[in-house]
Design a protein around this ligand. Structure first.
Ligand SMILES: Cc1ncc(C[n+]2csc(CCOP(=O)(O)OP(=O)(O)O)c2C)c(N)n1
Ligand SMILES: [Mg+2]
Length: 401
């Protein structure tokens, strides 16, 4: 048992960009997969990241105006993670995530109007306004949801990997799904199960990782390690926080630590892991270091961290960094930077306009009709003789009994 002073020291240890980036643990890269990417692709990533940032800023305003209700967890600061990991996938690789999910939905290609309408609880939202901020679902884009129970999505991501492998290895054909045409051959897929560092101690994750290791499933557990589970610093609640790969070791799963602050570096490190999982149909676990700039949710006094710490991470902002790379050292065939200042300004204006339109669409959309929607899209299994006289709130009779 370490002396009390040492424990307190651990609790109070301030996170720094150096300690949290995992920089010292990263291997030297001999080959950059991103070198093969056209400049327009990288500009597209910048646009996606700007879109997420603007979307979240406008959500914060709308929340303060009580246009958005319920829980609302913003992704500001973590944009590089959703964009860099999703860009490493095929369009039809399934993904599943936790409740901080707007960034994943937008990065996967969800229409910002459908995403914003969901935030507003409107019928035009991706889940007909019944899910809200924490439950972005987009089947055509293979997003199997944001989930509110910490860690609960990790067995789902494992199941998605099982289904993909089963189609490929046992059925020999893909199930009818968006984008699947008759006669298509099954593909080797990879599923991503995103989780926060707060989910590292959930039993569901460990049961899922055990099965993934045992059955050799092509799932990647992507830990969006922003250093805090609500207000609890990772070192206070999780063993081996300095090297989470050890948790994967226990299940025979490949483990990696990746810096999530530079989207190009992230892609260079993450894409080979995806390719390896796809080819070998094996699982992986990635500790992806990131940071959130805002509170855990909209009501968080943030007493657990200092303003200096937040400012330090803002100093290595992934959007600023990508923009300066594209306007500086990344040159096109003509020897000029691939992004001009004029084009950058245009992109910023396009993004603002896209989010403004999404807001208008959400505001103008109708709310779901209670009669039509309250009991639709709900899985039911009414038990005979179970509360047959039960009334729901406001005196509404249970129509199923
Ligand atoms: C099983 C369960 N326990 C507790 C909660 C309450 N809760 C909501 S978010 C959260 C913290 C999760 O932190 P982390 O996984 O690091 O994600 P982050 O918010 O940092 O993205 C907790 C404890 C919950 N939703 N589910
Ligand atoms: Mg966290």
């Amino acid at each position: 048992m370490p002396p009390r002073g040492v424990i307190l020291g651990l609790f109070m240890a301030q996170m720094t960009t150096d300690t949290h980036s995992g920089a010292g643990l990263r291997k030297a890269r001999t080959h950059r997969v991103s070198d093969a990417l056209p400049g327009e692709t990288l500009i597209g990533w910048l646009k996606d990241m700007l879109l997420i940032r603007e979307f979240e800023n406008r959500c914060a305003q709308a929340y303060q105006q009580a246009k958005i209700g319920g829980f609302c967890h913003l992704y500001t600061g973590q944009e590089a993670v959703a964009v860099g990991t999703i860009q490493s996938l095929e369009r039809d690789d399934p993904i599943v995530t936790a409740y901080r999910d707007h960034g994943h939905a937008l990065a996967r290609g969800m229409d910002p109007g459908a995403c914003m309408a969901e935030m507003f609880g409107k019928i035009t939202g991706c889940a007909k306004g019944k899910g809200g901020s924490m439950h972005m679902f987009d089947k055509p884009n293979w997003l199997f949801g944001g989930h509110g129970i910490v860690g609960a999505q990790t067995p789902l991501g494992t199941g998605l990997a099982f289904a993909a492998r089963y189609e490929w290895e046992v059925m020999g054909k893909p199930c009818p799904n968006p984008g699947v045409k008759p006669g298509d051959k099954p593909k080797k897929k990879v599923s991503l199960a995103y989780l926060g560092d707060g989910a590292l101690n959930q039993g569901a994750l460990h049961e899922a990782m055990n099965l993934a290791g045992l059955y050799s499933l092509p799932v990647i557990y992507v830990v969006e390690n922003n250093g805090y589970s609500m207000g609890t610093a990772i070192e206070r609640g999780t063993t081996m926080a300095h090297d989470l790969r050890k948790k994967a070791d226990a299940y025979g799963i490949r483990g990696e630590i990746i810096d999530g602050f530079d989207v190009i570096d992230l892609y260079d490190d993450f894409k080979p892991v995806v390719d390896w999982c796809r080819e070998n149909q094996r699982p992986a676990f990635v500790d992806l270091k990131t940071y959130r700039y805002l509170g855990h949710s909209m009501s968080d006094p943030q007493k657990y961290r200092t303003k200096e710490e937040v400012d330090q991470f803002k100093g290595k902002d992934s959007i600023d960094r990508l923009a300066s790379q594209l306007m500086g050292e990344r040159k096109g065939k003509d020897g000029k930077p691939i992004l001009s200042e004029t084009r950058f300004t245009e992109i910023q204006a396009e993004v603002k306009e896209a989010v403004r339109k999404a807001m208008d669409f959400a505001e103008e959309s109708p709310t779901p009709e209670v009669e039509a929607e309250l009991y639709s899209d709900v899985f039911i299994n009414p038990q005979p003789n179970l509360s047959p006289t039960r009334d729901y709130i406001h005196g509404v009779k249970n129509p199923l009994l």
